[in-house]
Design a protein around this ligand. Sequence first.
Ligand SMILES: Cc1cc2nc3c(=O)[nH]c(=O)nc-3n(C[C@H](O)[C@H](O)[C@H](O)COP(=O)(O)O)c2cc1C
Length: 370
Amino acid sequence: MNTEQALLKPITLAAGLELKNRVWMAPMTRSRADNPSNKPSEIHEKYYAQRASSGLIITEGSQVSKQAVGYINTPGIFSDVQVEGWKGVTRAVHKKGGHIFIQLWHVGRISHPDFHNGDLPLAPSAINPHEKSFTPEGFKETVTPKEMSRAEIKQTIQDFKNAGKNAMEAGFDGIEIHSSNGYLLHQFFNATSNTRRDEYGGSIENRAKILFEIIDALKEVMPEQKIGLRLNPSLNGVFGMEADEETIPTFEYIVKKLNDYDLAYLHLSEPFTDVSEIPYLVSHIAKHFRPLYKGTLVINAGFDQEKGNKVIEEGDADAVAYGTLYISNPDLVERFEQHAELASPDKDTFYTPGKKGYIDYPKLEEEKVG
Ligand SMILES: Cc1cc2nc3c(=O)[nH]c(=O)nc-3n(C[C@H](O)[C@H](O)[C@H](O)COP(=O)(O)O)c2cc1C
């Protein structure tokens, strides 16, 4: 193996989980769980097994409860049938020598009453994100959600805990809390989406509280070394998120407090849009947050092979999570090893059911033969 490249060097996570490289697969919703129980099936097994040379696969966002859903055909991790489906996936990945975490997801206000028998989606506050929700009947305007009661917050924490327990039963190497991209937990962090006056709103500490309560609950069902989480601090104008002056201080608080734990990793995204004109946002996330966090840091968004090697060499991250490149290059690691050409993904099949655009991207040697 070519060990010259920083990306291709092994890395050991907390609790001694040895990963063969630093080329990780970012979580990506692919909407292939188009069955009544939203369980992963044989094509999920094949899709993830094809990508098992990645140092760590992070699965697509998987709803922690019926309430947590916001898109059609996304898999869940709350029912026995779903756990059985995921067992096939973890077995297939492990058989190929890979490692796999599952992303635990609650979309909050980015849902729609059509998913909840007409009831409103839940969110920290009753503020419409003015986004589109992908419902069984196509895209619809989001609505003003219901402000969560304390009991609903406690239930949601339990749902994450239960999903974590299920993930362990399904054979995952760990879980990633989806506290990113404008979904429920991110909605709690941000003062523009959280105007609560109880202990879950008002101050930075209060807005971050639910995340730490979820981590503490998960620790009751798995070692903390198997818990990772994802943050997107400079998300602005996307997924209904509007940043303000308190946004970056909130993320700084969260990241520093994560040092109290011995987690698997912290997964950060560089800004999804150009935020250089916004004085209170940070344009270089890895550079800004690396000094604040002492554990393993994985960075994502917009990286190619060169930038990936560079960010690790410069000490701003320990690993890189690749999204879209992993859709069309199941053997991304081997392609990086050989400095081979990369295939481009077909956007039209990102979220369509079935095998097309999912498990039919060839590996390099198959490309050569075919
Ligand atoms: C088809 C698709 C689905 C995605 N689904 C998720 C998801 O379920 N959870 C998540 O945290 N991010 C999701 N993302 C964001 C990716 O993880 C990643 O942040 C984004 O693609 C940028 O990385 P890249 O430049 O390497 O593609 C998705 C992105 C794409 C393209």
